[in-house]
Design a binder for this molecule. Sequence first.
Ligand SMILES: [Zn+2]
Length: 277
Amino acid sequence: MFSKLTQWLGTRRRDRALRDYAIDDALWQATLERLPFLARLAAPDLARLREMTSLFIAQKEFSTAHDLELTDAMTVAIAAQACLPVLNLSLDLYRGWVGVIVYPGEFVIRKTVEDEDGVVHEVEQDASGEAWEGGPVVLSWEDAQMTGGSDAYNVVIHEFAHKLDMLNGEADGHPPLVRRWHAPLDSSGWADVFDHAYDHFCAQVDAVPQRRWTRFERDSLIDPYAADHPSEFFAVCSEALFVAPEAFEAAYPELYRLLARYYRQDPAQVGLAFTTA
Ligand SMILES: [Zn+2]
């Protein structure tokens, strides 16, 4: 009885959110044109993405910094890209926090880092995005618009991949696996492929001579920044899976398959290979 009532309330809330936050055709069309990788989705999946985008906007609080004007185009573009990774998982994976903060361009983050001698320093660095554990996602709008080119860059997917990774504690490139979605893949199966690929990528990056660095950085499908930490490798590879899937699959077939199983999407094929649970 109670669960039926909860379910009924949930359905009513969902229907209301879909109605109150409906995305009109012209805006949705403009969003798809700006984000060409979404065209890989088959029509029914795109329709689900549109609904999920409305629900995301209903659940989250968008705000801006430095007097940036928040537009519907901005909100829908960010929400649609945030929803793409969880389209065949669940929007519930983004529960527990509400803020999406948009800066006009790069912003400064302050971090404490420990050096080799164990001394803790406060450092400032420019960032295009940041995901806080249990807190907001912060994005540079200028960088958020730089997607869809020939490289695999997508700061929105990157930060939301961190959010998924944080579901089982500090981001470490090992997001939680859910039996009903991911079995028989388990954490040791994940580690076999992912850790190996990360070590291999780091060795590759370390081997680049100084004089070839600029060229390597430009030509590498996976941004060398991914060698910083396993969590960055997971986030950068997630960008590649959705934005440049053919190139990613060709260069890293095992890793492609692992991420495709995790997200339950196979973007290198036209349309989705998996149905929803
Ligand atoms: Zn990152």
